[in-house]
Write a protein that binds this ligand. Structure first.
Ligand code: MRU
Length: 352
């Protein structure tokens, strides 16, 4: 299992190396980023994508943004830090991990404010590595929890890509599939293509095939038929933000899959690290939904498929209401039933 994973985000010697996910599956190319603007652009254009990976990249991006910050006094440094933090926060609006990671970095700055600026800069590098390393452990743990909901021989449908390259390692929704493979189970995965940017077709099938996992690609509009045929016993997806009441934002199309699962009496599971749960956002209605350019639909991958000037609606995410979700799987346990209560209980013992 170890060797099947590519590190999609890595930071060393003031260079952030990311796997350019827009080039997959045909080209495996790594980009070396040395400026905060390059990191902003990479997040915006989905070169690095997936909620946890966005958060990790942002933490490292902030390091690039503050490396030349004035070192005379804390107030000037802090102002510089805040400007860079605010800038990265504008890259994408939906995945709360972006803001979570930027806040973790700010908390560290505040904690170390009586130290020298050089010390603070080193502490921030340590913090960014912590965010990355913690995500790896978190994903492994989500995989272990999620595996208890699956059985050998099952068919599992997934939407978008919540795999190793969307996180530090293992992924969230795909983590149990890797662990199942380790156990010698034969899970048959159906990967939705995931229009318009094809994360399912380009990324999920690529990842799973590398790991030798049985995966079948379907266009999004085939999920209903695959369920009707009885080929799917569970749906497993990742997410970008969980509201306090358990409503979940994930890649556009997830809501439709949840409705289909309900109609076919198939459990619908959401894998969510604690860093994706946002108790400040009360319900799904409050989750900011990113809208992207019309060309992603009319001219995707270089081919015009709609008339010039056609009106387009292109939300990148949708919200699945809590009543369609069988369980939310976190590194601290599996939550179901009264999400409002159960999610807040997860936070009550300690803080992430
Ligand atoms: O627009 P993307 O590709 O960043 O959307 C990603 C998703 O919707 C994933 O399911 C989610 O971020 C979870 S990744 C572990």
């Amino acid at each position: 299992m170890e060797e099947t994973f590519i590190r999609s985000v890595k930071y060393e010697n003031e260079v952030l190396t990311i796997l350019d996910q827009t080039k997959l599956p045909t080209v495996t190319e790594f980009l070396e980023l040395t400026k905060i603007e390059e990191v902003w652009e990479a997040i915006k254009h989905l070169k690095v994508r997936g909620a946890p990976a966005i958060g990790i990249a942002a933490a490292y991006g902030l390091l690039l943004g503050i490396k030349d910050a004035p070192e005379e006094d804390f107030a000037t440094f802090y102002q510089h830090f805040k400007e860079k933090q605010d800038y990265l926060a504008t890259s994408r609006p939906t995945a709360v991990n972006l803001f979570w990671a930027l806040n973790k970095m700010e908390e560290r700055v505040k904690k170390e404010q009586h130290q020298s600026i050089l010390y603070i800069k080193n502490a921030l590098e340590e913090e960014a590595h912590l965010i990355r390393n913690q995500d790896e452990e978190v994903c492994r743990s989500i995989g272990e929890q999620a595996l208890t909901l699956l059985e050998d021989g099952m068919g599992v449908l997934t939407h978008c890509n919540a795999g190793g390259i969307a996180t530090a390692k293992y992924g969230t929704a795909l983590a149990p599939l890797y662990l199942a493979k380790e156990k010698g189970w034969n899970i048959k995965v159906f990967a939705d293509e995931t229009r318009p940017l094809l994360q399912g077709a380009r990324l999920t099938t690529w990842e799973l095939m590398q790991a030798g996992i049985d995966v079948t690609l379907i266009a999004d509009n085939m999920a209903a038929m695959v369920m009707q045929k009885g080929w799917v016993q569970a749906v497993m997806v990742g997410c970008d933000r969980v509201a306090a009441n358990g409503d979940v934002a994930n890649k556009i199309g997830t809501y439709g899959v949840a409705l289909l699962a309900k109609a076919h009496h198939i459990p619908f599971f959401v894998a969510a690290p604690m860093s994706t749960i946002d108790l400040q956002t009360k319900t799904g209605e409050e989750i900011p939904i990113e809208e992207r350019g019309s060309e992603e639909i009319t001219n995707s991958f270089g081919k015009q498929t709609a008339p010039n000037g056609v009106k387009v609606f292109n939300p990148a995410f949708d919200v699945t209401p809590n009543n369609l979700i069988t369980a939310i799987i976190t590194e601290r346990g599996i939550v179901k039933g009264n999400y409002q209560e159960e999610l807040s209980k997860l936070f009550s013992n300690s803080h992430v």
